[in-house]
Design a protein around this ligand. Structure first.
Ligand code: HPA
Length: 276
């Protein structure tokens, strides 16, 4: 195998050989949020295991399939299952799916996740638009030699989450009567949930929600100059806030409960998307 770029090129070419046209929007789905792909039409599914050089998923409830098809009149490509740093992957592999998007010339990316609510006004089941993130506690996906073909060495992170897309998502929430929160997502490497003391610290730092994904992908996407939209499903209150102990089953159960709102909201966002 050659370098990272050549390896990713081989994977991208394989995917391109299986689909009829370039998708306008890519979506990476978080824990329990795979339902979005159920409403897609004319789908073509590719098992991650069949894509050359693609990493494998290991978490319960995370599938490993790429679904290409139409949703709300748009050609989209959905990653059902993502790679987390806590699974043991190199951070470059965590963002491997995002790198393929650059090689496939896809400009738009929606990132979704399950997250713990730090902001005391949130309740489990809320959807939160990610306005910005804090990522100081984990290694950067840009660490190591920079490949100028992907992006610059010191990319700006002032507007990781595209301002026009944030505005578009807010309008969709109003149109579809979705209660939409907005805030700062704090990325932690996991896999253990946080302690109450850690959550008090993250609250003091300005965090509204906490989770173990999304930010590496958002950084890689911004590095390669993509438009990014991030949406968290608040599946539980963070440690010490609700008084309960945290479990992965709770995270999956709550994401199941909000799946209709989540589908409605995302379908509306995708259907009304006019950024090419
Ligand atoms: N902490 C970290 N990650 C999470 C949480 C949480 O409370 N809920 C869902 N993912």
């Amino acid at each position: 195998m050659g370098n990272y770029y050549e390896i990713a090129m081989e994977s991208a070419s394989y995917i391109e050989s299986k689909i009829p046209c370039r998708p306008e929007i890519a979506v990476i789905l978080g824990s329990g949020l795979g339902v979005l792909a159920d409403d897609m039409e004319n789908t073509i599914e590719i098992d991650y295991r069949d894509i050359p050089n693609f990493p494998r998923t290991t978490v319960r409830s995370h599938e490993g399939r790429l679904v290409f098809g139409m949703l709300a009149g748009k050609h989209i490509m959905v990653f059902k299952g993502r790679f987390h740093y806590y699974e043991g992957y190199d951070i470059q592999n965590v963002v491997f799916p995002v790198r393929l998007l650059k090689l496939m010339k896809i400009k738009n990316l929606i990132l979704t996740n399950a997250a713990g609510g730090i902001n005391q006004s949130f309740v489990p089941g809320d959807l939160m638009l990610i306005r910005d993130h804090i990522s100081l506690f984990a290694p950067s996906p840009l660490r190591g030699r920079n490949d100028e073909k992907l992006g610059e060495r010191f990319p700006d992170m002032t507007f990781v989450y595209n301002k026009k897309l944030l505005e578009h998502a807010r309008k969709c929430a109003v149109e579809y009567s979705i209660v939409l929160r907005e805030g700062i997502y704090v990325y932690v490497p996991g896999p253990m949930y946080e302690t109450p003391a850690e959550i008090r610290m993250l609250a003091a730092l300005g965090g509204d929600a906490v989770g173990m994904s999304t930010v590496p992908e958002a950084i890689a996407a911004k590095h390669q100059n993509m438009r990014v939209l991030g949406i968290s499903c608040i599946t539980n209150m963070a440690a010490g806030i609700g008084g309960n102990i945290l479990s992965h089953d709770e995270v999956v159960n709550v994401s199941q409960k909000v799946k209709n709102d989540f589908k409605l909201f995302l379908t509306g966002i995708i259907g009304g998307w006019s950024f090419t």
